[in-house]
Design a protein. Structure first.
Lengths: 351, 351
DNA sequence: TTTGTTTTTATTAACGATGTAAACATGGAT
DNA sequence: ATCCATGTTTACATCGTTAATAAAAACAAA
């Protein structure tokens, strides 16, 4: 392997000088700088990250913990974050927690000793406080921190549940005049599950609130189930047996919505003619089905960018902000994708 | 941060003894071992990976380069590999090459200086020889090495194109008696694209060969297009306009097949009644559509396991095998998922 | 007790980059 | 010529771990 010493020798300077050049300190004569740069390029020099990290505590490697990469929501977020970091010559370690709360905490704990500069996390049900208790002053940015306000400890980048759900409900009620809207994915009672509780609770409530603002006040708008594909299939069958008492099903995420559409298809119920279906997230699969899924496309790229910016800030003035200021929650943008599961239009139009 | 020195002091031994214990060398008295272990646990000691890596050249961190994580094939493979490694207390850095050949080579080159112990790669069109030229003796395992035989340089874990395609064609021709089978996804002429050429070429040829073995010898079985969703949509429209001269479309991967199904739906052609459609890969989306997609489910977990085993071997006897033996190609298992896109059966049966 | 042998622990020098303090030039001003 | 100020460069200690070697302790046999 080619080390800084090799570069230094090749360009006739000391290791310290070479190091200064590589770090971009402008305390070196332009002439020397050029010599060193050339030698480095010629030798294909790349700084040894272990050594740098050991000495300076800075590795330019970050860690992302997600519950699962098979879930397209996390896969797309990971993809964007990796790209964003790579563009800044940073690397990303991706760890999969498999929705295991304790495993996740253990992963966070071992981070202190790893060479990673900071943690991005889509937590599986650990609150900011839980994570803080093992991460200490380690730099952390959360995605969709679902902690209750009192348990938030870190800056977080959030999906626009309120604005998104409002737009979606308006789309259904105002643009398409749906009269019997069901909100699919309200809370399954599980008191131990207090984090997930918060996000679900919020998103459902926003949907309900938007419904009321549209002058809608029927009871039984809430349909209780988990936020996954199989739950969607089951709910669809269940509702079909009841004679489908809704003309629109506003699902709390895409995975669930695709399950619902699948289930409806199995029961011979036509979307959107008999019932409209909507999702939330904007994962790719939603454009693969027939009909394609109307959904809220979350700005994944924006989430990744915002998160890296927050991380940068956190690392730069480490001591200053950490203790004093409240954790921030930054909500990213979204786009309402009007597709076939709500619009009876020509299929080619809205792909 | 808590260091080995802290552990040593807490347990009243020297740093080297503590190190020996942590590394599991059994040259330490059981009594001493116990003391050190307890202290380490009590202090939540985790070895500093930078230091270990710097000194010993072993970090237990590996790198995976994939073209893209939005592509479910790569996402699921990444997921499995991450899990497999994590179970062995190893970590995985995932880099996304964005299908950029040169970027990928640059990523490989900078690996020498990184703290990573080895590379797993789903290459974007770089041959084994290309990678070898920048990676040197760095340990590399390839997924689906598409190099021509003369350019293979590394052990590779491969998707079972031949067995899978044979099973699929038999499923179509023998089980379902389809008479006009189209092989969708044969080569788009692109001489610069010599790697991708090989895999595509092979998979198509295996399909064709299987067709012939089923006593099938019509001309015009090959339908030329790229292996992605949009190509599938386009091809479907094109074939529909020609009056759909096939009763089965054997697509070279799932992404393409899902596009074809989508396109057929847009044209009002019913699958599988008018034409059967099959995929290859076994990505999750294939069970989200209606009809669900008949496909070859590649054993992702097996791929990940095999790859880590090969990596382990490569690292253990680094000098011995590297030069002497030929690169191995290990082909993993698969499962033919008979689903609705070929079987007219009750939809509930084959989810 | 002495000697030899084995087991266990301690000392010390790396690994490669960084950052501080010190050394070395260079050029004016005294 | 001497001194100081400024601008560049270098020597060296350091980060936490490992591994080779040296030292010490334990034990057995003479």
């Amino acid at each position: 392997m080619v080390t800084l010493k090799d570069v230094a020798e090749a360009s006739g300077v000391s290791v310290s000088t070479a190091s200064a050049v590589m770090r971009g300190l402008d305390i070196v004569k332009p002439d020397t700088t050029r010599k060193v740069r050339n030698a480095a390029k010629k030798l294909h020099y790349h700084a040894n990250i272990s050594a740098r990290s050991l000495r300076s505590g800075r590795s330019n490697i970050f860690t992302l913990i997600v519950p699962d990469l098979e879930n397209q929501y996390y896969a797309e977020l990971s993809n964007c974050l990796s790209n964003e970091l790579l563009a800044q010559h940073k690397q990303l370690i991706i760890q999969v927690s498999q929705y295991d709360k304790d495993k996740e905490i253990e992963q966070v704990r071992s981070l202190n000793a790893s060479m990673s500069d900071g943690l991005f996390i889509c937590s599986t049900n650990n609150s900011g406080a839980d994570i803080k208790s093992v991460a200490g002053d380690y730099p952390v940015i959360m995605f969709d921190d679902m902690s209750a306000a009192t348990e938030a400890r870190y800056d977080s980048v959030e999906t626009p549940s309120q604005a998104g759900m409002t737009a979606m409900i308006r789309h259904l009620c105002l643009e398409h005049d749906r009269k019997r809207v069901g909100i699919v994915g309200t809370l399954v009672e599980d008191p131990s599950n207090r984090i997930s509780y918060t996000l679900r609770h919020n998103r459902c409530n926003f949907a309900h609130q938007a419904l009321m603002e549209c002058g809608y006040d029927r009871p039984n708008t809430f349909i209780t189930c988990d936020w996954d594909h199989n739950s969607g299939i089951a709910i669809a069958h269940h509702l079909a047996e009841e004679g489908m008492p809704y003309d629109a099903l506003c699902c709390m995420n895409d995975d669930l919505a695709l399950g619902v559409m699948r289930g409806l298809a199995e029961c011979g119920i036509v979307v959107p003619d008999q019932v409209a279906v909507t999702g939330y997230d904007g994962i790719t699969s939603g454009s693969y089905t027939s009909p394609t899924l109307t959904t809220i496309a979350v700005d994944f790229k924006g989430m990744a960018q915002t998160a890296t910016e927050l991380m940068q800030q956190k690392i730069l003035h480490k001591d200053a902000s950490t203790r004093t200021s409240m954790p921030r929650r930054i909500i990213v943008g979204f786009q309402l994708l009007r597709r076939e599961s709500t619009c009876r239009s020509r299929p080619e139009a809205n792909r």
